[in-house]
Each structure stands twice: as C-alpha cells, then as structure tokens.
Design a binder for this molecule. Structure first.
Ligand code: HEM
Ligand SMILES: *[C@@H]1O[C@H](CO)[C@@H](O)[C@H](O)[C@H]1NC(C)=O
Length: 326
C-alpha cells in the first residue's frame, strides 16, 4: 500500500514536471541568435575545438558540465556562478566538475561581438554539443534562448544523482526531471562512454558494497582484480580511471556492452542492469551492430535534458560574465 502510494506520488510528480517542461520548452528554438548574434555558435565551436585540441579530456568535462547545470534549478548556468562560499559548485555532488573557464572564455569572446545577447546557459548547452561531436559522437541541433539564473546555492544541489544510489532512486531522480528510463540509460551510460572517474567514487563499490565490507557482486571477477589494482584499498583516491574501460576516448556504444558484461566502471552505470526496464534498454543497444540509433537517440536525449526547467522570456537575465550575476 505504502509502495503504491509512493508510486502514485512519483507518477503524479512526473506528470506535473512534464507539463511545466512542455510550457517552457515551447520558447526555446533553433537558431535563437541567428539575427542577434549570427556567429554565436561558430564562436563557441572554435573555443571548444581549441580546448579539446589542447586537452582531449575537455570534451568529457564539458559534457558533464551540462548535466550538472541542468539537474539543479534547470539549465540556467547556475553552476557557473562563483560569488559565494556556498555556491552550487561546492556541493559534494559536483565534486570534480570543471570546464567553467572554457565557458567563460567563449562568453568573453561573445561579449566582444554581441554584448548582452548570448546566455551562459546556452553556451553550456552548445559547448556540450560541440564536445560530443569532436569525439566522434553525433552532431545535433540545440534549441536556444535559455536565460541565466541568479541563484547558486550548495543546498539546492543536494538531489543530484549519487554514484552509490540504488536504481530506484536513480530512476526517480531522472523521472522528476521529466526524463524517461530510456533517457536515463542513454544519458548516463551514453555520456560515460568518454571521460574518467576518480577512485574516490569507487570506494564503496570495491571495498564496502552495501556496508558489508565486500565488493559489488555484479562486477565480473577478472575485471574486479583490474579495478582493485587501479584503485587499491587505502590508495590515492584522486587517481583517475576511464569510465569506459574498452574505448575511453571514443563516443561509442561499447559502454552498453560493458554494462551487460559486468565491466561497467562506476556503480551507477552497473545499476542500470539491476532493473528489468533499464536492463532491457541496455541490452538492446548492446546488441546493436552499428552506432546509428545509439547516436541519434543520445542526441535526442541531450536535447531533452537541455530543456529541463529553462528560463525564457522575461525570466532570468543574460549575464555579462558567467561567474557572477549582473
Ligand atoms: C545517475 C546519474 C549519474 C551519476 C551518478 C554520475 C556520476 C559520475 C561520476 C561519479 C563521475 C566521475 C567524476 C569525477 O571523478 O570527477 C562522472 C563523470 C562523468 N559524467 Fe556522470 N553521472 C551521471 C550521469 C551523467 C550524465 C547524465 C552525463 C551527461 C549527459 C554525465 C557525464 C559525465 C561525464 C562526461 C563524465 C566524465 C568527466 C571527466 O572525464 O572529467 N554523467 N559521472
Ligand atoms: C562500511 O559501511 C558501513 C555502513 O555504511 C559503515 O558503518 C562502515 O563504517 C563502512 N566501513 C568502512 C571501512 O568504511
């Protein structure tokens, strides 16, 4: 009964959230800056290209940044504000988030050409798109017209998905943002086809799974030895290991096979195989021969994530610099 009631609340909550999304979504559109700042997307792309050429890791960093922006108060660039000691970026869930300097330098160039026009929130969304396409991921069109939020608080970032959350909690955290199980699989497993994790996030999974002192039984035994060798007990938790063990620098569908085969690196990716619905989605991508549908579906899910709680019209502002409100 309790469970039913909870489920009902969950469904009800997601209906409300999706309704709100549809309303605000209507106002983002492709080419929002085509008249007011026609070179905006080109300028952002150049900055991202240079950043990724300097350090290929920046692609993953920029992709992650959009997720962490959108999941707290919507895609409004709030994570970029660095004025207060208790700003969003300081939240435990945002540990290791970076790329803010790249966004800031793109914004500085935009301000020279068309001051006060392009929002930091849009720069984040466009930079993530460019980053994905630079590592052999899909290129997709990003509806724009987001405006920037004025609030950045550590306390507001408490509900970010945690690496050690159960699959039910993870599903719930996506559903309240209007994202389906399919979006969850595509976005979290999909994005983790590139980038790295600190051993810090591996501690529970390797050495104290569900508080019992052991490791996650879902890890393939041979792979467990490799993970333990890279992240030894009492070792340096700042050491970084690839999230996609087989192909860490390429955006591809291998990550789905890793999850299926017990060779996912972080716990939250492995959890996608704990649940019948998400498992079926992982299996279907893992079995696909070519990457086309994975790439296209990932792109669609990114556009959907980019619509979360956006501020449009007269809400929010266009920040002059991304690190501070006007
Ligand atoms: C259940 C949801 C998710 C959880 C629990 C999660 C957790 C994590 C963790 C623990 C890391 C390692 C961070 C570090 O050591 O610095 C990471 C990295 C990353 N995440 Fe996620 N993530 C989730 C969903 C997503 C989504 C939806 C995206 C983007 C669409 C994303 C993109 C990335 C990327 C690209 C990296 C690599 C960053 C780098 O190389 O610096 N993640 N994630
Ligand atoms: C393992 O987890 C349990 C329960 O969360 C906790 O009480 C215990 O202190 C942890 N052990 C270590 C070594 O961290």
């Amino acid at each position: 009964m309790q469970k039913l009631a909870t489920q009902f609340t969950l469904i009800f909550a997601s209906v409300i959230v999706s309704t709100i999304l549809v309303v605000s979504q209507a106002q983002l559109r492709l080419g929002f800056y085509s008249e007011t700042c026609p070179n905006a997307e080109t300028i952002i792309r150049e900055v991202v290209q240079k950043a990724v050429a300097n350090d290929p890791r920046n692609a993953a960093i920029l992709l992650r940044l959009q997720f962490h922006d959108c999941f707290v108060q919507g895609c409004d660039g709030s994570i970029l504000i660095r004025e207060d000691e208790d700003g969003e970026l300081k939240a435990p869930g945002n540990l290791g988030v970076g790329g803010l300097d790249i966004i800031e330098s793109a914004k500085a160039r935009l301000e020279q050409v068309c001051p006060g026009i392009v929002s930091c929130a849009d720069v984040v969304a466009l930079a993530a798109r460019d980053a994905v396409s630079l590592v052999n991921g899909p290129f997709y069109h990003v509806p724009t017209g987001r405006r920037d939020g004025r609030l950045s608080k550590m306390s507001l970032a408490q509900k970010l998905p945690d690496v050690d959350d159960s699959i039910d909690v993870i599903k719930f955290k996506f559903r309240v943002k209007g994202l389906s199980d399919q979006d969850l699989v595509l976005l979290s497993a999909g994005a983790h086809t590139i980038g790295v994790t600190a051993c810090f996030f591996m501690q529970k999974r390797l050495y104290n799974f569900s508080g019992g002192g052991g490791s996650d039984p879902g890890i393939n035994p041979g792979f467990l030895q490799k993970l333990k060798a890279k992240c030894p007990v009492n070792g340096d938790v700042n050491v970084r290991i690839p999230l996609d063990w087989s192909t860490q620098n390429v955006f591809d569908v291998e990550i789905m096979r890793n999850i299926r085969d017990g060779t996912a690196v972080i716990a939250s990716d492995a959890r996608l195989y704990d649940d019948p619905e998400t498992r079926q989605i992982v299996d279907s991508y893992a079995a696909s021969q070519e990457a086309t549908s994975f790439h296209q579906d990932f792109a669609d899910a990114m556009v959907k994530m980019g619509n979360i709680g956006v501020k449009t019209g007269s809400r929010g502002e266009i920040r002059r610099v991304c690190s501070a409100v006007n």
